[in-house]
Design a protein around this ligand. Sequence first.
Ligand SMILES: Cc1ncc(C[n+]2csc(CCOP(=O)(O)OP(=O)(O)O)c2C)c(N)n1
Ligand SMILES: [Mg+2]
Length: 391
Amino acid sequence: MAKGDPGVTGRGRRAAPRSRKGATGDPQLVQLLTADGERIESATGPDGTEYRVDFTDEEYRGLYRDLVLVRKLDAEATALQRQGELGLWASLLGQEAAQVGSGRALRTQDMAFPTYREHGVLYCRGIDPIMPLGLFRGVDQGGWDPNEFKFNMYTIVIGAQTLHATGYAMGVHMDGRTGTEDGEAVIAYFGDGATSQGDVNEAFVWASVFNTPLVFFCQNNQYAISEPLERQTRVPLYQRAGGFGFPGVRVDGNDVLASYAVTRHALDNARLGQGPSLIEAYTYRMGAHTTSDDPTRYRIASEVEAWQAKDPIARMKAFLTKQKIADDAFFAEVDEQARTESVHLRERVLAMPDPEPVTMFDNVYPTGSPELDVQRAQFTKYMESFEGSAH
Ligand SMILES: Cc1ncc(C[n+]2csc(CCOP(=O)(O)OP(=O)(O)O)c2C)c(N)n1
Ligand SMILES: [Mg+2]
């Protein structure tokens, strides 16, 4: 989507083409675009909130472009790993709508705390998509400035970032940066498996009792590596929020429009000082957990096929086509852009220089530390012990 703030209201917006309120077939699920690409004008959440979007045609096309680009760059990263150019890759395949919808719902001042899979949110924050590839290639430690882009570093420790986000959001609140329409909100991403972690449950408690401006965004992709959802919970995950004292909602995470609407609403409530909420984006991890995983060992092909029919990009394409918002020339142009950008990404990854090993001590502390100086000296000596070493 073009730079700026894609709106949910305003002049010149395209009216929703069809009104089929409540037609999701699943009363728990907030959905604005069916798997067949039919628009639903509004959907009601469990607390009675009415969700809707009102995008211009250009904004709809922008969302589609985001989805396609993010998927293509992710596929390129997977291919690079397979060719030995990355150590590992955690693919977002299938989760593009949850990430682009929520990522585009963030306002400029909002801060995001990702896991290791949020490449789509990273893209929406305007960060060069090569950044996580440097991390997974092992040549840098992420490389982007979290303050500049309002997107924290990737976190591998499951659920830990929800506590970081809670502390950050408490600070935002204490600094008086909430309570107005241009206030700040914070979003913490995590997975279904992470909901079983102590960290996440502690974050829920603290966020709740300190009324923090925080949206907990759980991408329920049905698996934590090989562990299925039924090993994490006996109730729908979004209902957990009730026990902690804040609202929860389940959104169709393969529907970019609903993901946008629900996240925008939750963030705006948070920035106004109304406290935290939990969004469960109901989606599916179409690929492996990471490139080290073989999902055929623990799930059956028919399950994957059933989710293929709910593909987030196919339904957006069907909608744009049916409503004549986009034509074949547009789709071809987006595909060509995705191809060009992925080729460019590959070239830049292959050209990434290997760092001097000793640089791993850089950036540990902003102003260094005596202990680190000792370690650096020891390591330098060790490296010099290798015959012919230039270090
Ligand atoms: C504290 C901790 N325990 C275990 C792991 C190993 N681990 C890495 S990913 C993962 C599963 C996470 O599943 P989920 O939260 O559903 O996120 P997803 O990978 O599906 O996006 C586990 C157990 C870890 N990284 N950190
Ligand atoms: Mg998961």
